[in-house]
Write a protein that binds this ligand. Structure first.
Ligand SMILES: [Cu+2]
Length: 312
């Protein structure tokens, strides 16, 4: 690389500015994003809320830096070749064919780069498959085109079907946030800061159980049980979509997970077996409280008087 070129690339702080920009975009999008669902004009990932999601994000950021540096380096070499070795600038080309030093370098340096990538990559892969003991186990069954869930330890099971537009309106009036194409009639409910194992299977074709904010994504295969795990560290409602082409309504079998406090979870688990409507109210109370909403018509109904207070 010529002295002039290297001054242009490294000396003037162009690289520093590029990384500052990338950093700003990554950090900025992370903060402004709605929690648990995609956002218009989103850049980067949904904000993660599990240890695995954090690890995926930092691995992604590392790779982004490495590929940016490599792309800039290759671009610089191309520019040098075009400028210095075109027919006009260099009418009599050199006949050099081998250079041992440079051949060793272009073999050894990529090996080091791959090792730098491999270490966090295998660490992440291991973490995804090293299951901490489960606090809650859920079975998710993919069907054309909705999900069924079972809580094997509590004898709870239900179907989870996407809300159509008319139903969305009703849910919003009730007080739920209910985003289009993501909200379902019966969401999965799990306690915050607890290890949840999800056993996934399917009844007809291959589906895929995915929650981006959890870093969870696993195929549900008929006749087999696959699994994933997550430990959500923040209360909220988290959405995902079936991520395996499974037929005509593939886009309309979303996954919704309510992460709630231990007491709300216990309350929900108790009520959902006897009275689904009451269980919905438990979730509604929790959601309203979390969002700091006080003036919704029917906020007074609740099973054990634990969530009467919706003020922050
Ligand atoms: Cu599917």
């Amino acid at each position: 690389m010529s002295k002039r070129m290297s001054r242009v690339i490294f000396g003037s702080g162009v690289l520093v500015r590029i990384f500052a920009l990338i950093g700003a975009v990554v950090a900025g999008t992370g903060q402004s994003l709605a929690q648990g669902k995609p956002e218009n004009w989103q850049l980067g990932f949904q904000k993660g809320v599990t240890p695995i999601a954090y690890q995926i994000e930092s691995f992604h950021n590392l790779l982004l830096i490495i590929i940016t540096l490599i792309a800039l380096f290759v671009l610089a070499l191309l520019v040098i070749v075009v400028m210095r070795f075109n027919e006009k600038a260099n009418p009599v080309p050199s006949k050099t064919t081998h250079n041992t030093t440079i051949e060793v370098l272009w073999t050894v340096i990529p090996i080091f780069i791959l090792i730098v990538i491999a270490v966090p990559s295998f660490r992440l892969l291991y973490a995804q498959h090293a299951y901490p003991p489960a606090d809650v186990t859920i079975k998710a069954i993919g069907n054309q085109w909705y999900w069924s869930y079972e809580y094997p330890d509590s004898d709870v099971s239900f179907d989870s079907v996407m809300l159509e537009d008319a139903e969305l309106e009703a849910a919003r009036k009730e007080g739920f946030e209910a985003p289009r194409l993501l909200a379902v009639d019966n969401p999965v409910v799990v306690p915050v800061n607890k290890v949840v194992h999800v056993l996934v299977t399917a009844s007809d074709v291959i589906h895929n159980w995915t929650i981006p904010a959890f870093g969870s994504k696993i195929d549900g295969v008929p006749g087999r049980v696959t699994q994933t795990w997550f430990k959500a560290e923040k209360e909220g409602v988290y959405y995902g979509q079936c991520s395996e082409l499974c037929g005509i309504r593939h886009a309309f079998m979303p996954i919704a997970v309510h992460v709630v406090s231990n007491s709300v979870y216990a309350n929900w688990l108790k009520t959902v077996q006897e009275d689904e409507e009451k269980a919905r109210k438990v979730l509604l109370q929790a959601e309203l409280k979390r969002r700091g909403i006080t003036n919704v018509a029917n906020t007074e109904i609740n099973p054990d008087r634990q969530q009467t207070q919706v003020n922050r």
